[in-house]
Design a protein around this ligand. Structure first.
Ligand SMILES: O=C(CO)[C@@H](O)[C@H](O)COP(=O)(O)O
Length: 217
């Protein structure tokens, strides 16, 4: 599978969200990553349904919604209605993960599970076949612009090994501190979806930054 790019609008200019989404529509971005933070599961609050609805209204590409929230089951339907194509929940926030994953799929969305930097990939051993996507956090969730954590490469290799043969079509997404200095190494380690916030939206030419991530060398 050729890798996909999912720029995170957390780093976009909310005052010009329509403009930034239209830039993504015309770029080589494949998905649009939407970070939802509740101030409980993570120590930061990002935005909620109204912004997701605005993103959906202008987006020509699928919304890849990452819920950094406690007890996400309460809101799955609302995020689907707001425009999510895929919904990723945190392993650490879901005591009944199998039920949550089934609920996401029943809504017709791609179901993803995110792992914090300290959470072993092996915890997905008994659910890997049922997932559309696993998101490996390469920073502690809650903020954009953080330093990339190096044990991510090992986790990607382990996940790639675990999923091949059992779920070869799995999207293996990496999120946090991704830029053109580590993109190729991440892909070689097994990632097939790169999330990038600051390295895209802080660039002079964001579409060019996306192109570089799409064609790393
Ligand atoms: O989920 C998160 C942060 O919790 C990420 O999606 C970040 O928004 C990525 O931002 P950069 O590290 O690429 O700036």
């Amino acid at each position: 599978m050729n890798h996909l790019i999912s720029p995170s609008i957390l780093a976009s200019d909310f005052g010009n969200l329509q403009r930034d989404i239209e830039m993504l529509n015309h770029s080589e971005a494949d998905w649009i990553h939407v970070d939802i933070m509740d101030g409980m599961f993570v120590p930061n609050i990002s935005f909620g349904f109204p912004i997701v609805e605005v993103a959906k209204k202008h987006a020509a590409k699928p919304l890849d919604v990452h819920l950094m929230i406690q007890d996400p089951d309460r809101y799955l339907e609302r995020f689907k209605e707001a425009g999510a194509s895929g919904i990723t929940v945190h392993f650490e926030a879901c005591p009944h993960l199998n039920r949550t994953v089934n609920a996401i799929k029943d809504l017709g969305c791609k179901a993803g599970v995110a792992l914090n930097p300290h959470t072993p990939v092996g915890f997905l051993e008994d659910i890997i076949e049922y997932l559309d996507l696993v998101l490996i956090m390469s920073v502690n969730p809650g903020f954009g612009g953080q330093k990339f954590i190096g044990n991510t490469y090992k986790k990607l290799r382990e996940l790639k090994k675990m999923s091949s043969g059992r779920n070869a079509k799995l999207f293996i997404e990496v999120d946090g501190g991704v830029d053109d200095s580590n993109s190729l190494k991440l892909i070689n380690a097994g990632a097939n979806v790169l999330v990038a916030g600051n390295s895209v939206f802080s660039a002079k030419d964001p579409a060019a930054a996306i192109r570089t991530l799409k064609h790393p060398h």
